[in-house]
Design a protein around this ligand. Sequence first.
Ligand code: NAP
Length: 225
Amino acid sequence: MTTSPPTKLSTIAILGGTGKEGPGLAMRWASAGYAIIIGSRQLEKAQATAADINAKLNMDRVSGLENSDAARSADIAVLTVVQSAHQAAVEGLRDALQGKILIDATARVDFRAPRPPEQPSAARIAQDILGPGVKVVAAYQNVPAGALKKDLGQPMDVDVLVCADEVQAAETVMQLTQAAGMHAYYAGSLDNAIVVEGLTSILISMNKYYGGHSAAIRITGIQQP
Ligand SMILES: NC(=O)c1ccc[n+]([C@@H]2O[C@H](COP(=O)([O-])OP(=O)(O)OC[C@H]3O[C@@H](n4cnc5c(N)ncnc54)[C@H](OP(=O)(O)O)[C@@H]3O)[C@@H](O)[C@H]2O)c1
């Protein structure tokens, strides 16, 4: 696990960070020294989740704001709203996200009846809505919420495929991902993210067959620098 984050630590907003996926990411980055803003549609809910995380970590690095304020106050935002609200949420955050990187974790898969989503990828939809002023990066669609919250400070047994049209934005996200204890691999443009979303359908199907909640992926055959 990379323990030395970049010299100037980014502030990370987790939009829809009050659910299952967002708090685990928040805890991992807060543990690595990043300032975190939990976003919610309701200020009080964001503040309650932030207070809960601070209490668990015995620190004061996590705050809570309404989603738009969280996006405006951060250097980088992560979208973890429930998948059915993806498009409307991105539309509502268009102005607040200008000039930022948006990491889109959306996997539009119904866990009761998993099947691959239709093209284009959620991240491509977000990029089209947000326009060129926002750099959308797709990541974490395959990272189980439960695994994020276990063994904080330890490397996770999970790899992350990072898709973006701009390699530099992907590399920023790969660095953040390493700081959270996961290996990250650049995996091509935002259009490739449809395959990563589809992998979530496979992983959920495997969880159902084998029993469990934590199926994830590992990459072999690539030597990282
Ligand atoms: N759960 C996983 O293991 C997992 C793994 C990988 C990727 N993902 C992806 O991560 C995202 C979040 O998943 P999750 O399991 O954390 O979802 P979730 O717990 O069901 O919901 C996350 C948050 O979405 C917000 N939300 C609900 N309805 C909304 C609406 N109509 N408009 C705007 N926001 C709304 C809520 O926040 P407020 O009420 O506070 O606004 C809620 O706390 C999804 O796209 C999912 O595909 C999840």
